[in-house]
Design a protein around this ligand. Structure first.
Ligand code: PRP
Ligand code: URA
Length: 209
């Protein structure tokens, strides 16, 4: 079973409160989501492997640590995932980015795939799937399905807010995927919105309604 990690750093929790607040305007919402994404990237990369190399300082030769192992790939789920992408790229500038376009049919709540473009070496990378919202889990499961069909094996998921239903669904469908969230909320309403959540992440990021 994949683990669920709640990124409960005080800065993340503080900023998330203002992200949730319906009075927060589009500009501030976007900036806060970007900032929380950077802080979450710090948490999600905590366990990436290091190796020792020798380095010559102006004074002496010593050993230093550098990141080893697989290169990283970031997979924002369009469109709301884009709101977190730049915040993650700030910490991981060498990561390549693949896009998976999915929207949730408002009637059936089933994900509809409309676009996929992945780096050519995606199977050699450790991937982080990025989406602010994990509600029923349908979109996350579909995005991970797309990646696995291409042969990807090392995948993590990163969400701002998750519902227990979505976490359970992803853990059942993809038990090898660890999920990192800023908050685990109460549940879903009759329209599949997370309670208390933050509303429609895409609409709040882009000012659409
Ligand atoms: C939202 C959100 C997730 C999905 C979560 O996207 O960004 O992708 O819903 O719901 P689920 O877990 O029930 O699948 P939406 O379909 O609103 O598309 P958008 O990003 O284009 O706004
Ligand atoms: N998608 C969103 O943007 N918000 C929710 O609460 C659920 C799905």
């Amino acid at each position: 079973m994949g683990k669920l990690v709640i990124c409960d750093h005080p800065l993340i929790q503080h900023k998330l409160t203002f992200i949730r607040d319906m009075r927060t305007n589009t500009k501030d919402f976007r900036e806060l989501v970007d900032e929380v994404a950077t802080l979450m990237a710090y948490e999600i990369t905590r366990s990436i492997p290091l190796e020792s190399i020798s380095v010559q300082t102006p004074v002496a030769e010593t050993e230093g640590k550098v990141i080893s192992g697989r290169m990283l790939g970031l997979i924002p789920i369009l469109r709301a995932g884009l709101g977190m992408l730049d915040g993650v790229v700030k910490l991981l500038p060498a990561a390549k980015v693949g896009h998976v376009g999915l929207f949730r049919d408002p009637e059936t709540l089933q994900p509809v795939e409309y676009y996929t473009k992945l780096p050519t070496d995606v199977t050699e990378r450790e991937l982080i799937v990025i989406d602010p919202m994990l509600a029923t889990g349908g979109s996350a499961i579909a995005a991970i399905d797309v990646l696995k069909k291409r042969g990807c094996t090392q995948i993590k998921m990163m969400n701002l807010v998750a519902a227990p239903e979505g976490v359970k669904a992803v853990q059942e469908a993809h038990p090898d995927v660890d999920i990192y969230v800023a908050a685990l909320d109460k549940g879903l309403d009759d329209h599949g919105y997370i309670i208390p959540g933050l509303g429609d992440a895409g609409d709040r990021l882009y000012g659409t309604k």
